[in-house]
Ligand binder design. Sequence first.
Ligand code: AMP
Length: 280
Amino acid sequence: MKTVTTLPELRTARAALPDPLGFVPTMGYLHEGHLALVRAAQACCQSVVVSIFVNPAQFGPNEDLAKYPRDIPRDLALLEQAGVNLVWLPTPEVIYPPGFQTWVEVAEVSQPLEGGMRPGHFRGVATVVAKLFNAVGPQFAFFGQKDAQQVAVLRQMVTDLHFPLELVVVPTDREPDGLARSSRNVYLTAEERAQAPALYRALTAAQTAYTAGERDAEALRAAMQAALAAAPLAQVQYVSCAHPRTLAELETIGPEGALLSMAVYFGKTRLIDNLVLQGK
Ligand code: AMP
């Protein structure tokens, strides 16, 4: 496995790799969810490139950029063991050199949900992913369903900017008790961790109601709120039942189904999760 930092190093190493090439962008502190993306890439690609970059542009001023968990030696050992061909570890100066001033904004689908709570977040995500795509030149790029709105934003960007690649979405990898794996789960205290599966329980409660025939979106949002109320440490920021493509809040779930999603604080730790209700 090769490890590179600068753009010229990356370009040389990438040129030596056979196509089709699969690309897995990450912020590091890798867990089984990231490795599921790597395995999906290996299943359809000749070579796999992983980037590790904690992107300052997608963190708000009061978010956890400085204390975002990092462990590059451990990450590299996991990727080597997984059989990844190339790891790109750019510095902030490589990605945002002095004088940098070009940003990618996906106007509409960036607005609701996470975009509403984290102004500028998806501008940072779209910009860095566009730059990573341009540098790596993959035929396939792999993202987790865990970040459902990120997928919607990046799909729109790939279409609008004619990126010649296919975006592949990998199902959310969960702990045995249902908690979605996340690098941020290490922030949870033991008590918070014990209550954190409330997110998945809330999603499955709403799914059960949907399967039983409930089509009123507000009733599903209420079912999620009720399930979250059973976790005393959970502070709900939002629960949503939205159109799966536009992400606009629904009144009634139609033939296209819905995206259930939520953001919940446990102490200072903000957790997100989601579940797709399949339509007809
Ligand atoms: P991050 O390092 O958190 O930016 O995540 C890098 C990629 O891994 C993104 O495409 C995430 O959606 C994906 N990812 C993170 N956690 C999970 C998970 N539990 N299951 C599947 N994909 C995930």
